[in-house]
Design a protein around this ligand. Sequence first.
Ligand SMILES: [Ca+2]
Length: 140
Amino acid sequence: MAFEPVNLLTNPGFEAGTATPWAGANVVGASDAAWIAPVEGKWMAQVNGSMAQTITLPDAATLTLSYMANSYDTTRSTSLAMLFDKGDAWTQLVPGDAGAKWTRHTISIPIPDEATTATLRITVNGGPIRYDDFLLAAEP
Ligand SMILES: [Ca+2]
């Protein structure tokens, strides 16, 4: 039986058709732009600023974050942050890709000792970026 990771995020692919509980996301469908359709299901997030969701951390040392991004332009980038209730924040800058295509990003995030909750914050730089199909799970 294959290992099935438990997704710590709610509404990870925006298939609720609304942003909740993501704060700051603008959820759109394929009709938003003729050149970019959602990569998973019918809905995706279009972010021009930042979006964030707070989660309860699992009993694990490391998280795996995986998501699809469509930045359209190399001048647009993503600033990822995991803001823990205890311990230092984790941050990483993810460069954009040229052209309207979806790219999968998979990143390991260490969990500080004593941390019990965290907020995943995605901030765009240089213009709007589309996101879809998030997975945030304990690293096996
Ligand atoms: Ca979706």
